[in-house]
Structure formats: structure tokens, C-alpha cells
Design a protein around this ligand. Structure first.
Ligand SMILES: *Cc1c(COP(=O)(O)O)cnc(C)c1O
Length: 370
């Protein structure tokens, strides 16, 4: 019996998600010490986890035998207070990935479609196909979202449009005036999921109050995460903001205890730790400048990034990835995103960025310049 045949054809058609390699795996495979390896592969926070979040976690451990608050009351209350939104306009998730899945579960089915861009986050096609829905991929514009193209791609059967801004894995950003003009043109019966995993890294002058847009666009969903600038990737916690009817449908398909109690406690503390977020932002801006200067000096071209990573053309992504791995530097090859010449590198601490640049120079000398 081939058990894969029991799965619907649309599930068998899904290309598996390829995560960044964990440090422990690289250590085992290459016989390196874990302490010699740096991971710049999954857009995690190089500053680690904030002390306030850690303290909240330690406290929450004492009640780990109890189920978490399935409604996430305290975390939602903290989010509601910070952003001035109603409690019934918030859903919390086991990472924002969880919410993307629930949004797809609630609104997609065989016979309907979702629109997303070329080089988009891999979860959009995965979650669309997992529902048996049709994915419509719109060619990218300058490695980012072609919003006009996405608008044109919307069909009568389209239920969702996914836009990450900034986008992962390219780091491209659609200015908010363009995004707002796009939202004005999207039909009201199509839900736009604006994935804001990286908006905390945007320079101040490019930011916009997208939460205020929720009043104007009842078909808008914002998804956000504590896994990036808030430094809680290992805990898996995120949230979405949307109108009460959309949240209601998402809550109906949500696993009752989808966010664990330690993650909820840490997220509340992290949300209030503005000093930690500010340090993460500053480290990222400085590191971005450092890496940009380094790769320019190596003569490489790169996609200007508005997030906490940078994607560069190294000629042959998978080969350079391996050459870096041997040197204890884990980055992300992104051939599976339609970018076989590129690697994506998360901005690290200054010394990690320097180590990456030195390893890249050696790797290119070994495998050949692009
Ligand atoms: C990292 C990331 C997320 C967040 O995922 P979590 O499940 O919260 O870890 C969402 N969208 C994009 C585009 C991302 O890169």
C-alpha cells in the first residue's frame, strides 16, 4: 500500500517547506562544534530573547500543568491596549503561520482561489493548496509585489490575497501609499491578508498606521509575529487583527489551545519591552549597512531590503550555501523560491556579520565569482 495515495491529490502536489538548517544538525553533519557555528538563516533576533520575556517565562513555568487560556484574554488585552483595537478584532496564533493556516481553513476550499506573488513566503501556496483551493501566482515586479498585477489576477472565485510587506525572502517593500491605493481597488468580497512579520524593521519615515486602515477596509487582515523583532521564535506566537466577523470564522477553525501558556506570558512581556525592540531595530539598521557595504565591496548585486535579512546574487545559491556551511555559517539558499542565484542572509550581530562576509569572500574564491 502506498499511503501517499490516500492523501488528496492537492495535498500530494504540495512542495514541502524547507526550513533553515538548525545549528545542531550542521554540527552533527559537518563535525563542527555548535559554538563555532552561526545561524543567519531564519530571520531570528540576533540579540536573543529580552530579559522581561525571560522573566515572564520563568514565572509561567510554575503553571505549565494547566491548560493555557484558550481565548488568550491577557495577551489580547495587551494587544488591544497597545493598538487601540477591540478584543473581538484579535486572534492569537502559534506563530503567525498558524493564523495564515486558519485564515485559509476558514475561507478557502476546492473551487475558490487565492492570489499571491512570485517569490512570496512559501506558506501562502502551501496553505492554499492544502485546502484544495487554486493558487494564482502573479509575477513579481522588481522582486516585490506587483500590486496592479495582483489586482488584475483577482477572479470572481478569489477569496484571499496574500501580501507580505516587506516581503520574505526578497526584502522588497511596497510603499504604503501604493498599498492603500491597491486596497481601495480590491473588491470588498476579497480578503487581503497583509503579512507584517517585518514591519517593525521599517525605517521610521516609511511606516504607516495600518491598524487605522482596518476601520476603512473591512476586508483587511493584518498578521504579525513575536518571532522576529520580539525575539520569541522558539515559542511560536503571533496575532492577527481584523474585523469581528473574520475573526469569528478564524476562531471556529482554530485549535482551542493553540498558543501555549509560556508563549502567552512571554508575548505580553515582550510587547511592553520597547527598549528591547529599539535595540533590535538599531542593531538591524547598523548590520544592514555593514553587510551592504561588504557585499558591494565583493562586487555582488543584492535586492535592497527593508527587513532583517538581505538577499544577494551569488551566482549559484545552493553551491555558495554549501561552501558557507563548511565554514560554519548557515544562510538560506532560496532556489525553491525561484531564486537559484541568490542566498538570503539574516542580519546578525556585528561580529556575526563580519564573520559571514569573511566566509563569503572565501566561499566565492573557492567556487568562483558569479
Ligand atoms: C517569519 C515570517 C512569518 C512569521 O512566522 P511565525 O509563524 O510567526 O514564526 C510570517 N510571514 C513571513 C513572510 C515570515 O517571513
Amino acid at each position: 500500500m502506498n499511503y501517499t495515495e490516500l492523501a488528496p491529490a492537492y495535498v500530494r502536489a504540495i512542495a514541502p517547506y524547507l526550513p533553515g538548517k538548525p545549528i545542531s544538525e550542521v554540527a552533527r553533519e559537518l563535525g563542527l562544534k555548535e559554538s563555532e557555528i552561526i545561524k543567519l538563516a531564519s530571520n531570528e533576533n540576533p540579540l536573543g530573547t529580552g530579559e522581561k520575556a525571560k522573566a515572564a517565562m520563568r514565572k509561567a513555568i510554575e503553571e505549565a500543568h494547566l491548560y493555557p487560556d484558550g481565548a488568550g484574554f491577557e495577551l489580547k488585552q495587551a494587544i488591544a491596549k497597545k493598538f487601540g483595537v477591540a478584543m473581538d478584532g484579535i486572534v492569537i496564533g502559534n506563530g503567525s503561520n498558524d493564523l495564515l493556516d486558519y485564515i485559509a481553513m476558514a475561507f478557502l476550499a476546492p473551487g475558490v482561489s487565492a492570489v499571491y506573488g512570485q517569490h512570496c513566503f512559501a506558506v501562502y501556496p502551501i496553505t492554499t493548496l492544502a485546502r484544495g483551493a487554486t493558487g494564482i501566482e502573479v509575477p513579481a515586479k522588481a522582486y516585490g509585489s506587483d500590486l496592479d498585477g495582483m489586482l488584475k489576477a483577482i477572479r470572481p472565485d478569489t477569496r484571499l490575497v496574500f501580501v507580505a510587506n516587506p516581503n520574505n525572502p526578497t526584502g522588497a517593500f511596497s510603499p504604503y501609499d501604493e498599498l492603500r491605493a491597491f486596497l481601495k481597488k480590491v473588491p470588498e468580497n476579497v480578503i487581503v491578508v497583509l503579512d507584517e512579520a517585518y514591519n517593525d524593521f521599517l525605517p521610521q519615515e516609511l511606516r504607516a498606521d495600518t491598524v487605522a486602515w482596518l476601520k476603512e477596509f473591512p476586508n483587511l487582515v493584518l498578521t504579525r509575529t513575536f518571532c522576529k523583532i520580539y525575539g520569541l521564535a522558539g515559542l511560536r506566537v503571533g496575532y492577527m487583527l481584523a474585523g469581528p466577523q473574520i475573526c469569528d470564522m478564524v476562531n471556529r477553525v482554530r485549535a482551542p489551545f493553540n498558543v501555549n501558556s509560556i508563549a502567552q506570558a512571554a508575548a505580553i512581556a515582550a510587547l511592553g519591552d520597547e527598549e528591547f525592540v529599539a535595540r533590535g531595530y538599531a542593531n538591524n539598521r547598523a548590520g544592514m549597512a555593514q553587510i551592504e557595504a561588504g557585499i558591494k565591496a565583493l562586487g555582488l548585486s543584492f535586492i535592497p531590503s527593508f527587513a532583517n535579512f538581505i538577499t544577494m546574487d551569488v551566482g549559484n545559491g545552493p553551491v555558495v550555501f554549501q561552501a558557507l556551511l563548511k565554514r560554519g555559517v548557515i544562510v538560506r539558499p532560496i532556489a525553491n523560491y525561484g531564486l537559484p542565484r541568490h542566498v538570503r542572509v539574516t542580519i546578525g550581530l556585528p561580529e556575526e556579520n563580519a564573520r559571514f562576509l569573511a566566509a563569503l569572500k572565501e566561499a566565492l574564491a573557492e567556487v568562483g565569482e558569479p
